[in-house]
Design a protein around this ligand. Structure first.
Ligand SMILES: Cc1cc2nc3c(=O)[nH]c(=O)nc-3n(C[C@H](O)[C@H](O)[C@H](O)COP(=O)(O)O)c2cc1C
Length: 302
């Protein structure tokens, strides 16, 4: 009998698949459907202090091996989102509230409100590749990552995970800064900064010109980031980027991830993707003599 149960700080997940931030996670109804599809936990859309419309269209385009988006962090703001979270109070799986802010005071205010609204953990988005004043502008500065993480840690009692960008020369030093600030886990990776040009129109396809690439094409980048972080930090890592199958998830676990997130995969394989990944993981583990996912985590480091 194979067990997929895993722990992230004080959270227990019935399986290691988590919905990534930004996909079907802005309203309670779709989040419940994701859990019904078998996800072990949910990360919400990244939420800021005020309602935000995001960038004009086009904001999302499907490419050959993945998706390119520059949504501009559209969200209803923390007050309205709090009402959405009320109807998730009875669900039987961890809800991880994703937040983005411009500075310490915004991050700590959002963190407290998310905790008050009943989320079980927080994900600090310091990695959006295309939001001016937010995201990777903060997440590329080790000192700011450490001080914001420490301030949020001080402000709440629930676990906090820090989500990092692959668009950095040294993701490991930023992961270490988050660990030193008291993070309970690292989430790697957010999207890869990229662009698509329409050669007939002779201009970039996205209204914002630059966007973030996700899906299959970025999996090797995510694997490399998780592998490198695992060698230098002691807190759990949540792997994300290009996971579509159970074998993709196992690759992340072998690189050192304790759990995985799935974003674009929901678009390609619909809600059954969570259950399918779990079944495929169980089959592979059974065939290879593993009974517990903790036996698989980090095995590629020899
Ligand atoms: C349409 C879209 C919206 C996203 N919005 C967010 C967001 O609000 N916050 C965040 O931290 N990541 C966001 N992401 C990034 C994903 O959470 C994930 O890190 C990335 O897509 C890589 O995973 P994937 O290949 O499974 O999609 C978004 C991704 C997509 C495709």
């Amino acid at each position: 009998m194979v067990s997929l149960t895993t722990n992230l700080a004080s959270l227990t997940l019935s399986n290691p698949t988590i919905l990534a931030s930004g996909i079907m996670d802005e309203d309670a109804g779709s989040m419940k459907r994701i859990l019904h599809g078998g996800a072990g936990a949910i990360v919400t859309k990244s939420i800021g202090m005020k309602p935000q419309e995001g960038y004009p269209n086009p904001t999302l385009v499907e490419l050959e091996h993945g998706m390119l988006n520059a949504m501009g962090l559209p969200n209803p703001g923390i007050e309205a989102f709090g009402e959405e979270l009320q109807s998730l109070k009875k669900v039987n799986a961890p809800i991880i509230g994703s937040i983005f802010g411009a500075d310490i005071s915004e991050f700590t205010a959002l963190a407290k409100k998310m905790q008050d609204h009943g989320t079980h953990a927080l994900e600090l988005n310091m990695s959006c590749p295309h939001a001016k004043g937010y995201g990777v502008e903060i997440g590329s500065d080790a000192a700011r990552v450490k001080t914001i993480t420490a301030a949020v840690k001080n402000a709440v009692t629930i676990p906090i995970f820090v989500k990092l960008s692959p668009n950095l020369t040294d993701i490991v030093s930023i992961a270490k800064a988050a660990e030193q600030g008291g993070a309970d886990g690292i989430v790697a990776i957010n999207t890869v900064k990229a662009m698509k040009i329409d050669i007939e129109l002779q201009m970039p396809v996205l209204a914002n010109k630059r966007g973030g690439y996700s899906g299959s094409a970025i999996k090797p980048i995510g694997i490399r980031c998780v592998y490198d972080i695992f060698e230098q930090v002691d807190i759990p890592i949540i792997g994300v980027g290009g996971i579509l199958t159970g074998k993709d998830a196992l690759e992340y676990l072998m690189a050192g991830a304790t759990a995985v997130q799935i974003g674009s995969g929901v678009y390609y394989h619909e809600l059954t993707i969570f259950n399918n990944i779990c079944q495929e993981m169980k089959q592979w583990m059974n065939a290879h003599g593993y009974s517990n996912i903790h036996e698989v985590i980090g095995v590629a480091h020899q």
